[in-house]
Write a protein that binds this ligand. Structure first.
Ligand code: URA
Length: 266
């Protein structure tokens, strides 16, 4: 705080924290507070002393991992358990250093149907499981509507750590995590994949198209070395914000159900 202001009392400090939280700030980027007022450039008088700038907060993890190393590590996993252990020890993606824990997967590893979301949020970060917050609860209801539940599907995300403040993962972070996602798909070898939302669709389909254009259309994709029929649909978080879009998501769920029946999975 500025030198000429009295320090904030506890109630004031709490209301500042509340204000930060309401604005979506839910993490600190450095150990020590930085007094930005003290950093203001002094007036250019002969007497003015330069105020040393405080050191900018440094990222807590390595910057710029190596995608080749990620691919080699992912390929070396012979089981999902091994992959989880390898991913947990992997330090190449900076997201890990801001997250509480790895959010590897949830559901049945022997499932014929795999769901791919974007990235863990706050609740997932705390529980270590994908889709356990409000969007996850809606996802469970959507699955229930076509006779599915978490014993019948396997759920993962394009990145397995929560991006700080729920920002979108960067293309570099996605590239570093993609080999691990692909290996998850190879090891589970599902018959059908459902991607949830635009970012997951763009990663898995290697597309720049929007989800509204792509949703509801099956495509046979190679995810890693596994060929699988894949359907993009809307993200449940989007449906929470846009309830009328549930109509389109319902069509996609019915398309999934029809395909399950055709393949003898339902
Ligand atoms: N949104 C996602 O894309 N994944 C989660 O795990 C939770 C919310």
């Amino acid at each position: 705080m500025s030198q000429d202001r009295p320090p904030l009392n506890n109630a004031e400090l709490l209301s500042v924290l509340d204000w930060y939280r309401a604005a979506g700030v839910d993490m600190a980027v450095g150990e020590d507070p930085v007094d930005r007022f003290a950093q203001r450039a002094p007036a250019a008088t002969p007497q003015a002393k330069a105020v040393p700038a405080a050191a900018a907060p440094q990222p807590a993890g390595p910057v710029g991992g190596d995608p080749t190393q990620a691919r080699q590590l992912a390929a070396s996993a012979q089981s999902l358990d091994q992959l989880r252990t390898i991913l947990d020890a992997y330090d190449g993606c900076g997201l890990k250093f801001r997250a509480t824990q790895l959010v590897f997967a949830d559901g049945n590893p022997d499932a014929e149907i795999m769901l791919i979301g974007e990235a863990p949020g706050a609740e997932e970060d705390l529980q270590g499981k994908p889709f356990v917050g409000r969007a996850g609860q809606l996802l469970d209801r959507m699955l229930g509507a076509i006779g599915l539940n978490r014993t019948k599907v396997f759920i993962v995300n394009t990145v397995p750590w929560r991006p700080p403040g729920n920002r979108a993962p960067t293309p570099e972070e996605i590239e570093l995590c993609l080999p691990f996602l692909q290996r998850q798909v190879e090891l589970v070898a599902p018959k059908l994949v459902l991607t949830l939302g635009g970012p997951a669709m763009q990663t898995v389909f290697k597309s720049k198209n929007g989800i509204i254009k792509m949703r509801g259309k099956w495509e046979m994709l190679s995810i890693g070395s596994h060929k699988v029929d894949t359907l993009p649909t809307l993200h449940p978080a989007y449906l929470l914000r846009n309830p009328p879009a549930k109509q389109q998501a319902w069509r996609d769920l019915l398309a999934l159900k029809t395909k399950m029946v055709e393949l003898g999975l339902a």
